[in-house]
Design a protein around this ligand. Structure first.
Ligand SMILES: NC(=O)c1ccc[n+]([C@@H]2O[C@H](COP(=O)([O-])OP(=O)(O)OC[C@H]3O[C@@H](n4cnc5c(N)ncnc54)[C@H](O)[C@@H]3O)[C@@H](O)[C@H]2O)c1
Ligand SMILES: CC(C)[C@H](C(=O)O)[C@@H](O)C(=O)O
Ligand SMILES: [Mg+2]
Length: 369
């Protein structure tokens, strides 16, 4: 039997394949020089799959994902498909993967590399040392609640409906992930909802409070309304350690948090499922950004979020912390050397494209190893 880890690579659309190419370079080198044994399968998802197979993701690909040790995902989305019904859109690929594999806890670390302090949207004195973790619930909430749809009313006008639904167990399990993470960090969790206007938010707050009281009294817990949280992230982001929140708020707050680290192109993520009978978890790793149609094909996308997502994969799914550290240190050193893609460019730095940034990270890994 092969002792190789099964990795499913789904590059997707737009800049997805461009930034994934830079990870492939690193994988190739690690296989040759670090004893990394991977059995890699590549498949089409998103608009790329729609064009060939007529669906955003095939059932066989979901099955492959289920049987893999980890999934490395790029991004999906293409304006060419924006006119079609929701079930036919490229984005269904990622939503279906999360739902079918029960990938409920999306870890989005917003960590500022020292060298990028001038690229942050915030002043250096406000953002220095930033290291926060957003834990976003990803299989419930308004993304999946019923009823949903667009109805035509008797007078011919229409109404669009989405429903925010959270159950006790859905909230409990994601809260536990956040509290467990906090224990390994600065031991603080801030739970974010809108309990002032939403019953699902009220239940969220009550359940997180109960889990805390019963199982994690040693962790410091606070609560915050989502609108205030957006403001506080800009005013004083270092007040946060772990933020736990629902699907929609987590999506929005993490894009906001990415700009504190310099760019959307810097934020990786890991999405974890429940612990399986064999002690492992289904897991998918992806940058938080999308297919970026405005820059796709230009060779200027920042590959670091995708590369750092692979580092998370090594750490969480393959138990290879040293290799993850190697990638993260290499990224840090490359940024310290002054290389910048356009999205993190600041004066006096050297502008490079996707490929040169990827190559620079690999060269640095070779030096460090
Ligand atoms: N998980 C995913 O696959 C995912 C995530 C977000 C958006 N999307 C999809 O992507 C498509 C485009 O959405 P959008 O434009 O709102 O969001 P986006 O994240 O694709 O891009 C937002 C902005 O950030 C820039 N950007 C994003 N990633 C970058 C990178 N690595 N380097 C440099 N700049 C980068 C883009 O050029 C754009 O100006 C939509 O179809 C959307 O649904 C997919
Ligand atoms: C593409 C879309 C469905 C997705 C989401 O909203 O979850 C994206 O914005 C993300 O952040 O992963
Ligand atoms: Mg998003």
């Amino acid at each position: 039997m092969s002792d190789a880890h099964k990795l499913l690579v789904l590059a997707g659309d737009g800049i997805g394949p461009e930034v994934m190419r830079e990870v492939a370079r690193i994988v190739h080198w690690m296989s040759a020089h670090r004893g990394l044994k991977l059995e890699i399968t590549e498949e089409l998802v998103g608009a790329a799959s729609l064009a060939v197979h007529g669906v955003p993701i095939r059932d066989e690909v979901i099955e492959l994902a289920r049987q893999s040790d980890a999934v490395l995902f790029g991004s999906v989305g293409d304006p060419a498909w924006s006119h079609v019904s929701f079930d036919k859109r490229p984005e269904v690929a990622i939503l279906k993967l999360r739902k079918e594999l029960e990938l409920f806890a999306n870890l989005r670390p917003a960590k500022l590399f020292d060298a990028l302090i001038d690229a942050s949207a915030l002043k250096p004195e406000v953002v220095r040392g930033l290291d926060l973790m957003i834990v976003r619930e990803t299989v419930g909430g308004i993304y999946f609640g019923e009823p949903r749809g667009i109805e035509t009313l008797p007078d011919g006008s229409r109404r669009g409906i989405n429903t925010e639904v959270y159950t006790t167990s859905e909230i409990e399990r994601v809260a536990r992930v956040a509290f467990d993470l906090a224990r390994k960090r600065d031991n603080r969790v801030c739970s974010v909802e809108k309990c002032n206007v939403m019953e699902s938010g009220l239940l969220w707050k009550e359940v997180v409070t109960d889990v805390h009281k019963r199982e994690y009294p040693d962790v410091q817990l606070s609560h915050m309304l989502a609108d205030n949280c957006a403001m506080q992230l800009v005013r004083d982001p270092n007040q946060f350690d772990v933020i736990v929140t629902g699907n929609l708020f987590g999506d929005i707050l993490s894009d906001l948090a990415s700009m504190l680290t310099g760019s959307l192109g810097m934020l990786p993520s890991a999405t974890l499922g429940p612990v399986r009978a064999d002690g492992k978890r289904n897991a998918l790793y992806e940058p938080i950004h999308g297919s970026a149609p405005d820059i796709a094909g230009k060779g200027i996308a920042n590959p670091l979020a995708q590369i750092l997502s692979f580092a998370m994969l090594l750490r969480y799914s393959l138990n290879r912390s040293e290799d993850a550290d190697l990638i993260e240190t290499a990224v840090s050193n490359v940024l310290a050397s002054g290389l910048r893609t356009a999205d993190i460019m600041s004066s006096g730095m050297a502008r490079v494209g996707t490929e040169m940034m990827g190559q620079a990270v690999l060269r640095e890994m070779e030096k460090l190893a």
